[in-house]
Design a protein around this ligand. Sequence first.
Ligand SMILES: [Fe+2]
Ligand SMILES: [Fe+2]
Length: 217
Amino acid sequence: MSNIDYDDLMKPVIGFLGCETPKAWLDEAVNHLDILMQDHANCEKKAASTAMNLMFRYNFFSDLQVRLAQLVREEMLHYEQVLELMKKRGQAWISLSAGRYAGGLRKEVRTYEPEALIDILVIGAFVEARSCERFYALAPCVDEELGRYYRYLLKSESRHYEDYLTLAVDVAKNYQLKNPQETIQDRIEHIREVEKNLILSPDDTFRFHSGVPVQAA
Ligand SMILES: [Fe+2]
Ligand SMILES: [Fe+2]
């Protein structure tokens, strides 16, 4: 194993998020590794698709093209890796509905541009930061093989978080805002609260980004 200082790597990520993953969620995850892995696979595919959609929708914004093209490639690679790992471990494919997390965040996207794009990018930063934080918290709780994989993944997810945040700041700086009173910092704080609430409130559907399992809440 490389000697990366994970605590150093995690500091900005944990500082960005409004809360850490509750212990009750981690306990549930360890007892439902099949759902966790399947939903994680689904999230990787979804992450690639979201980034690809942004590339089409905002094709005038060239910085976004380059960063997102790389992100799409990485998320698709993660998708293949998780499927591979599931196969190796003899885990059958499960058909799972989406949890409430992504939809709960998407509701916050404003309806006018460039604010809508800024919100989507800020939300992207939170989703990546949360994934990174969850991999870090899960790594010591799961078996050696999965733990090693999660530690490997959290490095790319921390980079994805930074990429989304950089893009959001760039858009806020370079495009005329419809509503200049609401700064990007205000949006980050607002989304942080919404995200924190999705993580800390009771949730009856266990998923990779779910809240506190209902029995434990
Ligand atoms: Fe990923
Ligand atoms: Fe990612």
